[in-house]
Write a protein that binds this ligand. Sequence first.
Ligand code: ATP
Length: 233
Amino acid sequence: MECISLRNVVKRFGSIIALNNLSFTIPCDGRFALLGPNGAGKSTTMKILAGLLKPDYGEVEIMGMKPGTKEVKRFLGYLPEDPMPYRILTVRENLEYIASLRGVKKERVDEMLDLLDLRQYERVQAGKLSRGNQQKLSLALILIHNPKIILLDEPLNYLDIPTQEKVINVLRDMKSTFLISTHIMSIATRLTDHVIIISRGTVIWQGSIDELRALGREDETIESVVARMMRNA
Ligand SMILES: Nc1ncnc2c1ncn2[C@@H]1O[C@H](COP(=O)(O)OP(=O)(O)OP(=O)(O)O)[C@@H](O)[C@H]1O
């Protein structure tokens, strides 16, 4: 079954065409990376899937339903590129608030504090956290309800190396459908097994990470293969 599907999606901002007949599908339990040069339309795609932007044209479905509906929000976790938890609430209060909105049990708050190493900051206001700890809290907030479908826009931004490893392991252990937008190939290779490359708002290549690697010349890194594809698009 398809969990995510976009068909001929067009999105314009004034005279800029951000998405230009974008089409792709992701099967349930699929782990996909969304790659593309700056301005290719990755964040716009994520926002449309999260229901924050409406396409001008085309069809978008999340498990056969329209994005942004109450029902879809229940099983979706979306991390925007620059997430901001509620600044005046403490780390614990942020988690408790989202837990109550999501209808998940309170014990989940403590689980998330431990899972993302946030215990020592639980009484600190989110606005006073370092950027990396805000990112960790944002991840905890979007994963608290164990979402079936996870959309992550640059999930490891601002995180130190031990925390990146921690988050990669947390995400790997989840049995969810993933779409991860990133510029860092190692995030794609470690967290996903399929890649969709877009450029100027349209798909220029899609396939498995193994197929992508196989396109490389002898000793060519996967980064170099992707860079070549983006340059030639
Ligand atoms: N709110 C907006 N108003 C005007 N133009 C926008 C808006 N959001 C995005 N765009 C434009 O749409 C295009 C796609 O932007 P988007 O942020 O989706 O790209 P991206 O692939 O996520 O880029 P990056 O890798 O640099 O984050 C760009 O040309 C961008 O300038």
